[in-house]
Design a protein around this ligand. Structure first.
Ligand SMILES: Nc1ncnc2c1ncn2[C@@H]1O[C@H](COP(=O)(O)OP(=O)(O)OP(=O)(O)O)[C@@H](O)[C@H]1O
Ligand SMILES: [Mg+2]
Length: 311
């Protein structure tokens, strides 16, 4: 059975035109990316490869001088780029939600948490103030915030980074979106909090059936979270495939180089990142256990690889 396509990006070229006299520079040079309904798709690549540009193009958040010069983006089968900015905005937050990198700047410092979550519900779902209050409490509970009744009255600066990211995850899931774009959502968090937040994201994603485009340069997170992976290198997708195939038999030289340069879940930790690699390893083991059913129905016939012990 083939799953319905949630997002299809084809041949996307995006250029930066810095002034009329200057030649345009291509930032995205042919992006092909297909995300099935309900799938977690990791977009992985080095800094500057164009990961955020892919996200921003889909979200329609482009900077001055940024121009789509070729290609197409279809969301649930409809031409997404043909929509007016106003029509696209109506979908954003409702059908396509963003989990941003920095939870502090993404929240408005002068409004309470409760008001900000409720705003999403009132704007997109037309909730009354009372409906929105009740649902906000439910959502905060769903992201495992222990005392939601207190938190709705607090301001962003009163919460820890991990708590703020939970609030943003609650806001992203508030309208049961079909697609969530998460651009390095946990890089601002320390590794233990990162782990909790990622587990939460994965659980919610499975419960709600949302597709996720997960942008990261962290291969440990990819191993833990993703169903499928696209590797981006200087504005092009150089390889895509199932997460196991990418890890076990990468086809492109670039992917191999990227993996060799990064501490991996199955290799002794790089001296610079011992904690990261340790946690990553544990995450992979845990993800494997969690995913056993998934591997059984989707994975290749051979048994999943054993995770090598450190040390
Ligand atoms: N508004 C802009 N003006 C000029 N150049 C830009 C702009 N936005 C992005 N770029 C350039 O486009 C390329 C891709 O940037 P992008 O932010 O998508 O990278 P990234 O893969 O998300 O990197 P990182 O991992 O550091 O977030 C980079 O070379 C960047 O310098
Ligand atoms: Mg980026």
């Amino acid at each position: 059975m083939t799953m319905a396509t949630c997002l299809a990006i084809e041949h996307l070229h995006v250029a930066l035109r810095a002034g009329h006299r200057r030649p345009a520079k291509l930032i995205l040079r042919g992006i092909d990316l297909r995300i099935a309904a309900g799938e977690v798709h990791a977009l992985v690549g080095e800094s500057g490869a164009g990961k955020s540009m892919v996200a921003r193009t889909v979200l329609g958040i482009t900077a001055p001088g940024i121009e789509i010069v070729a290609g197409s983006v279809a969301f649930q089968g409809a031409d997404w780029l043909a929509l007016s900015a106003a029509d696209r905005r109506a979908h954003l937050g409702r059908d396509i939600a963003l989990i941003p990198q920095d939870p502090l700047t993404a929240l408005n410092p002068v409004h309470t948490i409760g008001a900000q979550v409720a705003d999403v519900l009132r704007l997109h779902l037309g909730h009354s103030a009372e409906q929105a209050r009740v649902r906000t409490l439910e959502l905060l509970e769903a992201v495992q915030i222990r005392s939601p009744a207190t938190v709705i009255r607090q301001y962003p600066h009163e919460l820890s980074g991990g708590m703020r990211q939970r609030v943003l995850i609650a806001m992203a899931f508030a309208c049961k979106p079909k697609l969530i774009i998460a651009d390095e959502p946990t890089t601002a968090l320390d590794v233990t909090v990162q782990r909790e937040v990622l587990r939460l994201l994965r659980d919610l994603q499975r419960d709600e059936g949302a597709a996720v485009l997960f942008i990261t340069h962290n291969l440990g997170i990819v191993a833990k979270l993703a169903d499928r992976v696209s590797v981006i290198h200087s504005g092009r997708i150089v390889e895509h495939g199932g997460v196991r195939q990418i890890f076990e038999t990468p086809r492109s030289d670039y992917t191999r180089a990227l993996f060799a340069a990064t501490p991996r879940y199955d290799r002794p930790a790089d001296a610079l990142l011992p904690i990261e690699a340790d946690v990553t390893d544990a995450l992979w083991t845990e993800a494997r256990a969690y995913d056993e059913g998934w591997w059984a129905s989707h994975g290749p016939a051979k048994s999943p690889r054993k995770v090598a012990a450190h040390g």
